[in-house]
Design a binder for this molecule. Structure first.
Ligand code: C5P
Length: 402
């Protein structure tokens, strides 16, 4: 392993596993990385800053306002210096702060100021790890683009056995390597992804929409971004967030979505239409709220433009991927759509299946290829489904190249 020319910033927060961080620093230095360490005040109760200073060969960042004076913007310089930041151990407390944007010490402030990838290596008591509050924070952090090095199961310092033990150092080092070198397979590639539902106004208070949550599209955006792609997400109304670094274009209705996709289409290599675009819109949007008794007389529908169909003639070397929701003859109907819309792949799912389709964190899909072949996924979280789809897209991009 060689990390020559890489700047690795270790952030130690206050848990007993901090003693293992000393070994991590030593190993990274042995692998030729330039290593610096910053510590939360509580971490210094477990390991002396002198240990890290000696191992890294660099003073440790402890305070936002060092007693010996010096620039009060050190955290910004450190945030920029890092190629990767590894929070090891990451306590429930530090993770909770990060999940909510708190910046109240040198570690959390530096982390909130960085654009470098951040790896979180949680280590804590098993009940703390399993608690709803921590799991919610952890999920939110992943949604924000932080990478997680999952803890392992085993004997914990508190004398109990369970999940919450710091991952093995070899696993952490592999994750650092993967972050620094392994995830650039989509470098230079631009992904344009639509996500969420559209809302078609009827009058100032009513609209037509659907149950799409945006979770699948956002998972694809995050995972493509983590693999090095430039990502633009054109999103209908959702409550979800995207990591900084992904360009986000908010739209409301199908016509706005069409215009936004068209505006960014020229720069994309891959178009992923994950949005559940409403097929119809009210022919006219009433200026005043329509009276209940009149609504069935005045509500007439017009078909929305089909974005994939519109763009099919302009496709050239791009990859087009569509999604298809069907409740029967899923593969057959999806393949018809693939042909009609000139897609490279279509991802079919059945909203009636348990745990699949709209609004779930999980999904089960069938990937349908242009030659009619199919690949079924098991019921998995949407991040893993996104990874499977991206693996297929990588193969298609490589085929286009050769
Ligand atoms: O034909 P159907 O609406 O079932 O096809 C679904 C696929 O087409 C999805 O990928 C969706 O994002 C896309 N679509 C579109 N424009 C529309 C409706 C759907 O591009 N107006």
């Amino acid at each position: 392993m060689n990390f020559a020319d890489k700047n690795i910033l270790i952030a130690a927060s206050g848990g007993i596993a901090a003693y293992k961080t000393a070994q991590l620093v030593r190993t990274l230095v042995k692998y030729n990385a330039r290593v610096r360490v910053m510590m939360t005040p509580t971490a210094t109760q477990f390991v002396s800053p002198l240990t890290f200073e000696t191992l890294s060969g660099h003073p440790v960042l402890l305070d936002l306002f060092p007693e010996q004076g010096g620039a009060s913007t050190a955290h910004i310089d450190w945030a920029r210096w890092a190629d990767v930041i590894v929070v090891c151990p990451a306590t429930a407390n530090t993770m909770a702060k990060l999940a909510h944007g708190l910046a109240d010490n040198a570690v959390t402030t530096t982390l909130s100021a960085t654009t470098a990838p951040v790896l979180l290596c949680p280590a804590m008591n098993k009940e703390m790890y399993a608690s709803k509050a921590h799991q919610d924070n952890q999920k939110r952090l992943q949604d924000l683009g932080y990478r997680l090095v999952e803890p392992s199961q085993g004997w914990l310092a508190c004398g109990e056995e369970g999940w919450g033990r710091l991952a093995d150092l070899s696993v952490i080092i592999e994750a650092i390597e993967d972050t620094l070198y392994g995830t650039h397979e989509f470098a230079e590639k631009h992904f344009l992804i639509s996500a969420g539902p559209t809302r078609e106004n009827i009058d100032p208070v009513r609209y037509i929409s659907n149950r799409s949550s945006g979770k699948m599209g956002y998972a694809l955006a995050r995972q493509a971004f983590l693999r090095g792609a430039q990502v633009t997400v054109v999103t209908g109304p959702t409550t979800l967030e995207l990591p900084p670094g992904i360009r986000r274009v908010d739209v409301e209705n199908a016509r706005e979505m069409t215009a936004a996709i068209e505006a960014h289409y020229h720069e994309c290599d891959v178009l992923l239409m994950v949005a559940a675009v409403a097929d119809f819109r009210p022919s006219q949007v009433a200026e005043e709220k329509i009276k209940k008794k009149n609504i069935s007389h005045v509500l007439h529908l017009t078909e929305n433009p089909d974005i994939l169909n519109l763009l099919a003639p302009h496709k050239k070397g791009r990859i087009h991927v569509g999604f298809s929701l069907e409740t029967n003859n899923i593969v057959e109907h999806s393949l018809e759509k693939l042909k009609q819309k000139k897609l490279d792949l279509i991802i079919a799912n059945n909203p009636r299946e348990q745990g699949a389709g709209f609004d779930h964190d999980t999904n089960r899909v069938t990937i349908v290829f242009a030659d009619g072949q199919t690949r079924e996924s098991p019921l998995m979280d949407k991040t893993s489904i996104a990874d499977q789809i991206l693996d297929e897209i990588r193969i298609l991009l490589n085929q286009h190249k050769s």
